[in-house]
Design a binder for this molecule. Structure first.
Ligand SMILES: [Mg+2]
Length: 246
């Protein structure tokens, strides 16, 4: 990767800096333990989390492709597992509306970070890169997550798809990010993210440089999905070396 011209480093938030997987599992488990109705419908916290994630992941894939609206996603990711478990639809809709802010609150309290996240931000900051967050997450929770995880002091720019109504990988979000950074040359921008479809392919299509972070907990075989033109890393600790060996 030629990195000599890079001035702005954009990081995805969930499962790139913040350990979203761990924080979401803790939030879902706490919901099950606090809600009698969930305990009646699902035999264990793990079972509840699995059914939620099954629907949530499918809905997020549709949301990234701009096939569904965010309010639909937020209703359906709770309504579907509840109805599937036998709850009448009207009751499931009422409960889903209540669960949405409750879950986002629990999620925002999560403090787990990916290994080496703070060290990477410190290194980028010390080397005078402009540091941006570029995330498809919901504005109600992303700012609180950034604050609670202690990331705020390092971040210069925050671009949320939810603020502008355009999701990664739509090229318009990368264009908007370049405008926010005041750097119109795409080759000065680097993205680091864990999702090859939303984070990486979209950035490459906009002529940004790209590092695909495939965390060590993910299966080795997934590395075959690395988009052409991206550099693959399995740890955040590898990134300073890549940027220095231009
Ligand atoms: Mg991510």
């Amino acid at each position: 990767m030629k990195s000599d011209k890079i001035t702005t480093v954009w990081l995805d938030l969930d499962d790139t800096l913040i350990d979203f997987t761990t924080n979401a599992a803790a939030a879902l488990s706490r919901m099950w333990h606090e809600q009698d109705v969930l305990q009646r419908l699902f035999p264990s916290a793990e079972h509840w989390a699995l059914r939620y994630e099954h629907h949530n992941q499918a809905l997020w894939a549709q949301y990234s492709r701009a096939e569904i609206e965010r309010d639909y996603l937020r209703m359906e990711r709770f309504r579907r597992p509840l109805v599937e478990a036998g709850m009448p639809d009207t009751e499931a809709r009422r409960l889903s509306t209540a669960y949405d802010p409750y879950y986002l609150d629990l999620l925002a309290q999560g403090k787990a970070l990916m290994p080496g996240a703070i060290e990477l931000l410190e290194w980028l900051h010390a080397h005078s890169y402009t540091i941006g967050i570029i995330s498809n997450g919901f504005k109600e929770v992303q700012h609180r997550k950034i604050h609670n995880a202690g990331l705020e002091p390092y971040i210069d720019i925050i671009v949320l798809s939810d603020d502008i109504g355009i999701n990664k990988p739509d090229p318009r979000i990368y264009k908007y990010a370049m405008e926010r950074a005041g750097q119109p040359d795409p080759s000065t921008h680097l993205i680091i993210g864990d999702n090859p479809d939303t984070d990486i392919s979209g950035a490459l299509a906009s002529d940004w440089k790209a590092i695909w972070y495939l965390p060590q907990r993910a299966a080795d075989s997934l590395s075959e999905r690395c988009p052409a033109g991206a550099t693959l890393v399995r740890t955040l600790q590898e990134i300073p070396h890549l940027l220095q060996s231009a």
